[in-house]
Design a protein around this ligand. Structure first.
Ligand SMILES: Cc1cc2nc3c(=O)[nH]c(=O)nc-3n(C[C@H](O)[C@H](O)[C@H](O)COP(=O)(O)OP(=O)(O)OC[C@H]3O[C@@H](n4cnc5c(N)ncnc54)[C@H](O)[C@@H]3O)c2cc1C
Length: 316
C-alpha cells in the first residue's frame, strides 16, 4: 500500500540527496512510493539506496526515450499513479519539480502548494514567503494534492523499507512532444552543487570584482568544502556567472551555514537564503540589513576578515 508518492531526483541514475529528504518528509503519511523515471534499469540501479532511504515501493516508469522528453514522462507517470492511488504527491521545489507539480495537479484536478518546508499528516503545509519574513499555513484540495519541497528543510532519516519494484507503463511520445536531441554536460568543477550544499559562501558587490571572488571568496569556500554563491549585483557586474546567483530570481539555498561577504541583504537576496540554519555576515556597514538576519555579524572589511578566516580554518 502506498500513502504518498515521491518523485525521485536522479542524474543519469545517481540519486540526489533531495530524494532522501522527500522520503523522510513523506513518511508522515505512511508508506512511501518512490517514482523513478528514466531509461530501463534505472530503478534497479537505485533500488538499494531508495529502500535504505525508506521507500516501500519503487514505481519504475522506464522507457528508452524517458531521458530525452523533458518532463513529460514524469508528468505522465506521476499523474497516472496519483489519480489511481489518490494520495498526496511530493516533488522537489526546483524549476523542473515546480513545473511537474503544476502539470500533475492540473491533470488530476487537485491543488498544488509550492516551496513548502513542513507538512503534517492532515496535508497542512508551511511555506516561507516574502523572503522568509512570514510563514504561511497552506492546504491543497483534491484527492491527490501536490506539494513541492524546498531542499534543505529536513535532515534525511534513513529507515529500511522493502523497496519493491513495480513497473509502470509510460505512454509513447505524442507527435507534439519536445525531444532533446543532444546533451552537453555543464562543467561541474570540484565544488558541491549550490542548491544542495551544506555550506555556501556568497559574495556581493562589496567583493569588488571577479578577482575578489577568485582571491577571497573561492579560497574560503574551498577551505570549508563549500559551494560559492553570488548576489545579483555581483552577477550583473560580471564578477561571477549567473548560475551562481542566490535569491528570488536565482537559486534558493538552505544550507547549514551561509556566509555572506559584502552583501547588503536586500529582500530579494534574503528570499533565497533566509532559511539557512546559521548565517554569518561580513560587511563594513554596521547598518547593512543582512545583520538583521545574521546569527554572527562581523563589521569589517571582507578583504581583511575572510582571508584570516580561511587561514585559520586551513590550520585546523
Ligand atoms: C525583481 C528583482 C529581483 C531580484 N532578484 C535578486 C536575487 O535573486 N538575488 C539578489 O542577490 N538580488 C536580487 N535583486 C537585487 C537586489 O535588490 C539588490 O540590488 C542586490 O541583492 C544587491 O546586491 P549586493 O548586496 O551584492 O550589493 P549592494 O546592495 O551594493 O551591497 C554591497 C554591500 O557590500 C558592502 N561592502 C562594500 N565593500 C565592502 C568590504 N570591503 N568589506 C565588507 N563589506 C563591504 C557594502 O557595505 C554593502 O552593504 C533583485 C531585484 C529585483 C528588483
Amino acid at each position: 500500500m502506498t500513502n504518498v508518492l515521491v518523485l525521485v531526483d536522479h542524474v543519469e541514475g545517481e540519486l540526489q540527496n533531495t530524494t532522501r529528504e522527500l522520503i523522510t518528509a513523506g513518511r508522515i503519511f505512511g508508506q512511501v512510493g518512490a517514482v523513478v523515471v528514466g531509461k530501463p534499469g534505472t530503478a534497479e540501479g537505485l533500488k538499494s539506496e531508495l529502500a535504505a532511504a525508506g521507500a516501500e515501493t519503487i514505481y519504475a516508469a522506464e522507457s528508452d526515450e524517458a531521458d530525452s522528453l523533458l518532463i513529460t514522462p514524469s508528468v505522465d507517470a506521476l499523474s497516472g499513479l496519483a489519480a489511481h492511488l489518490q494520495v498526496p504527491v511530493l516533488v522537489s521545489a526546483s524549476a523542473t519539480g515546480n513545473e511537474v507539480a503544476g502539470r500533475v495537479s492540473a491533470r488530476v484536478g487537485s491543488g498544488a502548494v509550492y516551496g513548502i518546508t513542513e507538512i503534517d499528516a492532515e496535508r497542512n503545509a508551511k511555506k516561507p514567503v516574502f523572503g522568509g519574513e512570514y510563514i504561511v499555513d497552506s492546504g491543497a484540495a483534491g484527492v491527490a494534492p501536490v506539494f513541492t519541497w524546498q531542499a534543505g528543510s529536513i535532515d534525511p532519516e534513513p529507515q529500511d523499507a522493502a523497496g519493491e519494484i513495480q513497473a509502470v507503463e509510460l505512454p509513447g511520445a505524442g507527435p507534439t512532444a519536445v525531444k532533446i536531441t543532444s546533451f552537453a554536460p555543464a562543467e561541474a568543477g570540484d565544488r558541491p552543487d549550490l542548491a544542495e550544499a551544506k555550506i555556501v559562501v556568497s559574495g556581493g558587490r562589496g567583493v569588488g570584482g571577479s578577482e575578489g571572488f577568485t582571491d577571497v571568496v573561492e579560497p574560503l569556500a574551498d577551505a570549508l568544502g563549500a559551494a560559492v554563491g553570488a548576489s545579483r549585483a555581483a552577477v550583473d557586474a560580471d564578477y561571477y556567472p549567473g548560475k551562481f546567483q542566490v535569491g528570488q530570481t536565482g537559486v534558493t539555498v538552505s544550507p547549514n551555514l551561509y556566509i555572506a561577504l559584502g552583501i547588503s541583504g536586500a529582500i530579494q537576496h534574503k528570499a533565497g537564503m533566509q532559511t539557512s540554519k546559521t548565517i554569518v555576515a561580513v560587511n563594513k556597514d554596521d547598518e547593512a540589513s543582512i545583520f538583521e538576519i545574521a546569527d554572527f555579524g562581523i563589521v569589517g572589511d571582507l578583504f581583511n576578515v575572510a582571508p584570516q578566516a580561511t587561514e585559520e580554518i586551513k590550520n585546523r
